[in-house]
Each structure stands twice: as C-alpha cells, then as structure tokens.
Design a protein around this ligand. Sequence first.
Ligand SMILES: *[C@@H]1O[C@H](CO)[C@@H](O)[C@H](O)[C@H]1NC(C)=O
Length: 318
Amino acid sequence: MYPISCLTIFVVSIMGPWASSGFKICAFNVQSFGESKSSNPRIMHTLVRIVSRCDICLLQEVRDHKKKAIPLLMTALNRYDSGHSYDYVASERLGRTPTYQEQYVFVYKTETVKVLETYQYPDTQKGDEDAFSREPFVVLFEAPKTEVGKFVLIPQHTTPSNATKELDELYDVFTEVTKMWRIQNVMFLGDFNAACGYVAKKNRKNIRLFSNPPFLWLIDDKTDTTVKESTDCAYDRIVVHGESFARAVVPRSAGPFNFAQKFRLSEADALDVSDHYPVEVDLKSGAVNLQPSWLSLLTVTCILHLVLYEIPSLSAWK
Ligand SMILES: *[C@@H]1O[C@H](CO)[C@@H](O)[C@H](O)[C@H]1NC(C)=O
C-alpha cells in the first residue's frame, strides 16, 4: 500500500506543470453590449461561459451609458463561476461624437491577476493629429503564476475606414508606455479590422507594428474571427512585443474561440451575442509556482523511505 501512495505523490508532483491550467488572455468585441443584451438571460449565459474561460478578458464595444450592463455581467459571472471572483477596470466612454461612444473593459480573475497601473492615452498628442476614434486604455497587469509575471495590454478597436492609420499609431502608444513603465512585455489586442479590405496588403508597410520584427502577430490573415458563415475575415488580432514575452506564450495557443460550435448554438443564436468570435492566447505558467515546496519535500521523503525501508524489507522476504 505504501509504495502505491508514494508513487501517486511522485506522479502528481511530476505531472503538476502539465495538469495545471494555463493562463488565458482574451479579447472580445461584444458588438454593442449594453442594456438590451445585458437584460437577455440567454445572451448573458453564453457571455459568462465565454468570459469565465479567461483570466483576463478585454471587452470592446461596451455601450453602457446607464452603467448597468457591466455590473450585471459581473454579478452573473460571480454567480456562474463561484470558484473564482471577478473584477474589472474600464475606460471612460470614448468616441469622436457624443452620440456614439464605447468603453474598453478588462474583466479579470482576482485570484490570478492584479492591476498595477492604468493609463488612458490622450485624445490628442501635442503636435499630432487625433488618430484614434477610441484611444487605447492601457493597463499594466501582474500575474504571478505566469512565466512573464508582468505585462502591458494595449487594447484597440479601430474604425474600419481608418484602420491602417490607427494601427500604425499604436507604435507611438507603445513607445510612450514602455518608457513610462520601463517594461518591454507588451501585448496589443482587439478588433483591429485588419482584414477584408479595411487594411490593404500594400498598406501593411505603413503599419510600424507590422513592419518591425520585434512585433509578433499571433493570429494570421487566414483566420476567421467572424461569426457569420458568409464572412471570412481576420479582424481580431493579438500581437506581442519582445522575445521574452513571445517565449512565454504557449505555442499555437492563439486563435479565435468558436463559441457557436463549442456551445452548439445556431448561427442566429450566436449572432445574438456578437458578430465576432473572441480571440485568445495562453501564457505559460511559471515553473516555480507550480510545484509547491511541500510536494517536493513529500516526494523526497517518500523516495528516501522507499529506498531505506521498503525495498530492503521486500528483499528480506525472499
Ligand atoms: C479618420 O481619421 C481622421 C484623422 O486622422 C479623422 O479626422 C476622421 O474623423 C477619422 N474618420 C473616422 C470615420 O473616424
């Protein structure tokens, strides 16, 4: 009996790093998320199933002028997944006109994520034109269980007709943020509208995020991030900066989450939630946190016991 329990402990301690779930970052354009969607239980049920898969989930196109939809979502999330507690940080309402405004909202699990800093990129930079419709709401996160530990997320929901210009301008945001917080681990994410005619191939060279090698585009042009069967566009993207951040990403983990297929929803039911799929990527866990020291100690004790007592007593039986 003893050797078996000892073996179990040994296997568990070895398997720990594989068995522990990774760290997931998601970006979801929830297509005009506000009063109407948040009052529909079916839509909310799908939404909490999607968001609860993520340690951090960027929501875009949040149009919550009564400030009720996000609190409703948080209540639903915390009720659905009682094993975690969720919190969020949100930008102000952003947009070129008072009648059309959106918020960026980062929902995160408080067990695995801490918000260290937030920075709203200003509406106009000195001597610069106003490039963005919705200036990035930049957040510095700490996630102790990941290999990178700390990283910056720069969200962007572009205006389709200005997508090339807006994506290029993200480079300026990057320069400012990396200087301000002295950190190189930066991820850009969101509905870039970076496909299907909005960003022409010949204009790619004008996007510094695209033409500079240290930026790694994790989701390629052939990916479909749209729900409609009739469309096939890689609108939503994830881009990481820096070798160490790129190495800390689980290989081939980036892609859209086809919630229609996974949750067996009809196209119409899925479209009630959004016309976009979320895009997601997993970060590697930090090895140090995976193996609690008591487990290693137990394993060593176990093996010592085996070698010193069990094995000699077994051979003495012969
Ligand atoms: C496109 O960008 C320019 C500034 O670069 C701005 O004046 C214009 O309003 C933008 N168009 C839209 C549709 O946001």
